[in-house]
Design a protein around this ligand. Structure first.
Ligand SMILES: *[C@@H]1O[C@H](CO)[C@@H](O)[C@H](O)[C@H]1NC(C)=O
Ligand SMILES: *[C@@H]1O[C@H](CO)[C@@H](O)[C@H](O)[C@H]1NC(C)=O
Ligand SMILES: *[C@@H]1O[C@H](CO)[C@@H](O)[C@H](O)[C@H]1NC(C)=O
Ligand SMILES: *[C@@H]1O[C@H](CO)[C@@H](O)[C@H](O)[C@H]1NC(C)=O
Ligand SMILES: *[C@@H]1O[C@H](CO)[C@@H](O)[C@H](O)[C@H]1NC(C)=O
Ligand SMILES: *[C@@H]1O[C@H](CO)[C@@H](O)[C@H](O)[C@H]1NC(C)=O
Ligand SMILES: *[C@@H]1O[C@H](CO)[C@@H](O)[C@H](O)[C@H]1NC(C)=O
Length: 884
């Protein structure tokens, strides 16, 4: 009992674990630990204690982090051993190694797949964009900084990711001194999965794709698609932390950050993370130290927007870490293959189409008239029902069908039933996408054209004319990138962008940047170019903006840069994925708003801090201050005001559980009193303005209403600055984080974590013999809200096996035989986490066969683990284990 309680309190103050993506597990690598050393202590004692019982995963010999991560050999005894080593005077901190999943942006389009031409062999006509016209750059004023000659020249930007394909012609084509990718390392090797020991080498080449896309967003050189990265004259460092597949340990991420820092990186960016919401998680702690040492660090906010409020991701959730949310591109890039049409015997006119995956070859030499299923260009369900009996034989036509209502395949089947072989869909919006109809073998050629192209043809047919298409097959067609106006969500926060704040009410994210539908480089072997969507894409564009602003201001001070970016950003209106509303997106979704790099670079009034949090009702802060510093010589007067937005509910109505996106909003907002409403600040001086909020009325505190808005500072010179603020109506401390029904038993091989029937019998391999493919009981706990500590205790329900001596332990009212290996869980987000249980206990013994229940205790937010009333309890159904 004593030892195990010590384990809990030790870990509770110093350790971290990462809750995994999609609401799933914080995966701990069994037997792997990070030990941070006290600088002034001899570590010989540490290695003596280790005594060959463990192998070194990573060595941390860094200014800001000294220590080692080790893989202990004896897995039946590892927690005990780690515990003892943590007591040594040389050891300052001990954390289990936990895993972060590789990032998962949505791949919208990839060049070169499906027998598309290789990047070298085909011209793009006409060059679609000049430097200044690339839509994401215009959205954040990078175009204006570039027009003034800022290119990030000489700035060292480290990219922590899957590596970079530096052989790519648009990424310099080489690696090392004098190359665009000039520094970095591979910390893990191709075969690294997260669980095995990393095998570092010096070659950070990318085999996965993600890092190459990220690198191009920062620094791509001009190419046949016509775009460049945001800061094309920086020099990139590639720090590879993922193998070709799999996950990365937090020890690897901590090492990568520290290595990049010591290699002289001036900006470090990582589009990596997993749900947590706790700034004390060790990777977040390591990044915060680097920011405090003067290096700005940008980290993607996460792609879990569908989970709603309070779903911040680590390491973005770290203090002073610049967490970047994603905004949808104003213009969606579509790569069209050009063909031509004529109306009656008129002139050939070019049009673009996006071929389906199987249509690449099928369109070769096809010249046929168009047959439109209807002439109504607003029809919702064109081709969704079997075509009428009087439909002619369609085999000698190119059939035109409007997108919508039913699947592309259903439409293709109906067309094929009337003999159709060639099929073009026309879109309901601008742009087009690649459709998949390969399951309909009769269709030889398929593809999509834009809404406007379809409308042009149908108007001609309506007028009694014949529209004839001369198709050029994919391989021969000239390619054209078109940027289609994204009216529905352009400039809006992407629905997938993860919402803050943290469980301790720190404002997250800080800022937003375009991340939806971003064209960039991709590994040559994977096609060379791709369009991806994710906060993974928003983060590197922000890193590029930081490089340009730092160059313009000759300062890399992270606090200054964060203040400038957040206070000059443009807050965007709320959008639920289909339409805009007349109120701003809340601070928990967009931070300060869409960054405006030019304004940040040339602001002469420095507004700080980057955000204000008034905490929750229990810890309400009635006054905070903003500061204006005048560095200008020109006469300006500032008016200070307040633009609130709606209050968003965290929890579903009459429920203790979080609601998914889009959360209910109430048109009620805080009122704010300011100590001054108009200021003129003497040259070189600062003034502070007090901000006194009154929380909104009519908000149901039981649902945890997050209120937010912007303190606005408008100058007579036309400048607009703002500081985002937030507060919570409700009590995080009193809110139940675990309900009785929040734990269950599932099957360790079931990734959906469905509960098994009460009393399920698991026959598991004998003690110490379980492998990853064995079906074990998964002890699942699913906190309703975040909790920094969850422990599991096993209660034996059946009679102890004959002759066995059971020693019991007590944790408050629970009498158990001990905790399963893997308990406790630390720094949890909300949602289910399984502990796959092989029968092993934390005290290195194995539980006797028998029937058990698990009693989970989860610590309330701001709770004290010594107080019984600060723990919530959930008991699992019964299950039985037998050893094979
Ligand atoms: C990677 O793993 C494979 C399969 O486990 C093995 O055959 C190969 O030798 C490993 N490669 C390296 C570089 O370790
Ligand atoms: C809110 O109050 C709690 C308890 O005092 C504190 O731990 C936390 O840091 C506060 N959060 C903010 C943003 O001030
Ligand atoms: C900054 O100082 C200058 C010089 O005294 C003054 O003209 C200007 O109005 C001041 N700006 C602000 C924002 O107070
Ligand atoms: C500042 O400008 C914004 C945007 O134009 C406006 O919404 C806000 O009310 C203005 N604030 C003041 C104090 O004039
Ligand atoms: C919330 O639920 C209560 C009772 O279940 C109901 O009376 C109330 O109308 C609901 N409120 C909203 C906003 O749906
Ligand atoms: C666990 O799931 C596997 C398939 O994933 C199934 O074959 C097995 O019967 C299940 N076992 C139990 C105990 O539910
Ligand atoms: C589950 O099984 C246990 C023992 O096998 C039994 O005591 C308990 O009543 C059962 N619970 C339910 C809800 O059926």
């Amino acid at each position: 009992m004593v030892r195990s309680a010590l384990f809990v309190s030790l870990l509770a103050t110093i350790t971290g674990a990462i809750a995994r993506g999609s609401g799933h597990a914080s995966k701990i690598v069994p037997g792997a630990y990070i030990f941070e050393f006290e600088n002034d202590h001899d570590t010989a004692e540490f290695y003596k204690q280790l005594n060959g019982e463990g192998s070194t995963r990573m060595k941390f010999d860094y200014k800001l982090f000294k220590g080692v991560s080790v893989q202990l050999k004896d897995l039946s005894n590892h927690e005990d051993k780690a515990q003892k080593m943590a007591q040594l005077p040389a050891v300052k901190n001990m954390w289990p190694v936990t895993l972060i999943q590789a990032p998962n942006p949505k791949v919208e389009w990839v060049a070169g797949t499906n027998s598309l031409p290789s990047i070298q062999s085909r011209d793009v006509y006409p060059p679609p964009t000049d430097d200044g016209n690339f839509p994401p750059h215009k959205m954040v004023q990078i175009d204006k900084l570039r027009a003034k000659g800022y290119t990030g020249k000489g700035v060292k930007v480290a990219v922590i990711d899957t590596g970079i394909d530096y052989t790519h012609p648009a990424l310099g084509g080489c690696y090392g001194a004098g190359c665009l990718v000039s520094f970095g390392t591979d910390l893990v090797g191709d075969n690294y999965s997260g669980f095995n020991t990393p095998v570092p080498d010096n070659d950070p080449k990318d085999c996965a794709g993600h890092g190459t896309h990220v690198a191009g967003i920062i620094a791509a050189q001009k190419n046949q698609y016509g775009f460049t990265g945001g800061a094309p004259d920086v020099t990139l460092g590639a720090y590879r932390v993922f193998g070709c597949e799999g996950q990365a340990g937090n020890d690897v991420l901590i090492a990568a950050y520290n290595k990049a820092f010591e290699d002289g990186a001036q900006i470090i960016t990582a589009s990596i993370g997993g749900p947590s919401g706790w700034a004390e998680e060790p990777w977040a702690v390591a990044v915060t130290r680097i920011v405090n040492a003067g290096v700005p660090c940008t980290v993607s906010a996460g792609n879990d927007g569908d989970h709603g409020l309070f779903y911040a991701s680590t390491a973005a959730n770290g203090k002073k870490v610049l967490a970047v949310a994603s905004v949808d591109n104003q213009n969606i890039p579509t790569v069209f293959s050009l063909s031509s049409y004529k109306i009656d015997s008129g002139a050939d006119t070019k049009f673009g189409y996006v071929p389906s995956s199987k249509g690449a070859e099928g369109w070769k030499g096809v010249t046929k008239p168009v047959y439109a299923l209807t002439l109504d260009t607003t029809i919702a369900d064109d081709g969704c029902s079997p075509l009428p009996d009087n439909t002619p034989d369609l085999s000698d036509h190119i059939v035109l069908v409007r997108r919508g209502s039913c699947t592309f395949v259903q439409k293709a089947q109906n067309v094929a039933a009337k003999g159709g072989k060639y099929l073009l869909y026309y879109n309901t919006i601008a742009g087009a996408l690649s459709v998949e109809v390969s399951s309909v073998p009769q269709i030889i050629g398929a593809g999509m054209v834009e809404d406007s192209t379809g409308a042009t043809w149908i108007a001609a047919i309506k007028a009694g004319k014949t529209v004839t298409l001369s198709m050029v097959a994919l391989n021969e067609a000239t390619k054209q990138v078109q940027f289609a106006d994204n009216k529905a969500t352009g400039g809006a926060l992407s629905t997938y962008t993860s919402w803050g704040p943290t469980w301790e009410m720190d404002v997250k994210p800080q800022i937003s940047s375009p991340g939806g539908n971003i064209l960039s480089t991709y590994p040559v072997a994977l096609g060379g170019y791709a369009t991806l969507s994710g906060t993974s894409m928003a983060c590197p564009l922000t890193a590029a903006a930081v490089a340009l602003v730092a160059q313009a201001r000759s300062s890399f001070d992270p606090v200054l840069l964060e203040n400038l970016l957040a206070t000059t950003a443009n807050p965007q209106l709320f959008n639920d994925g289909t339409q805009f509303y007349d109120f701003l997106a809340p601070v928990a979704q967009q931070g300060g708003g869409l960054i405006q790099a030019y304004d940040a670079a040339f602001a002469t009034t420095l507004l700080s801090p980057s955000s204000l949090s008034f905490n929750d009702t229990d810890h309400f802060i009635s006054k905070r201050q903003i500061t204006l510093k005048n560095t200008s010589k020109n006469r300006v007067t500032y008016k200070i005001g307040h633009v609130p937005t709606d209050t968003f509910y965290t929890l579903a109505n009459s429920s203790g559980y979080a609601a998914p996106f889009p959360n209910d909003a109430v048109a009620s907002h805080a009122s704010v009193r300011l100590s001054q409403q108009q200021v003129t600040v003497p040259a070189g001086r600062s003034i502070t303005v007090d901000v006194f909020p009154t929380p909104p009325r009519g908000v149901d505190a039981k649902r945890l209403g997050l209120w937010s808005g912007y303190i606005t500072v408008n100058g007579t010179d036309g400048s607009h600055l703002s500081v985002p603020y937030q507060g919570l109506t409700g009590s995080l401390q009193k809110q139940q984080v675990l309900f009785p029904e929040d734990s269950w038993i599932s099957n360790s091989t079931d990734t959906n974590l469905n509960p098994v029937a009460n009393g399920t019998v698991f026959t598991i391999p004998g003690p110490g013999n379980a492998g990853p493919s064995d079906v074990l009981p998964a002890l699942v706990v699913s906190p309703a809200l975040g909790t920094r500590l969850v422990r599991a205790d096993l209660v034996l329900l059946s009679a102890p096996p004959h002759g066995s001596k059971i020693t019991t332990k007590k944790f408050f009212d629970t009498t158990s035989i001990g905790q399963p290996s893997g308990s406790p869980l630390l720094w949890q987000s909300r949602g289910p986490t399984p502990i796959s249980w092989s029968g092993e206990l934390t005290d290195n013994k194995f539980a006797p066969p028998g029937t058990y229940k698990v009693v989970f205790h989860a610590l309330r937010i701001f709770g004290n683990e010594k107080k019984k009333e600060d723990w919530y309890v959930s008991e699992s159904p019964a299950f039985t284990i037998k050893y094979a």
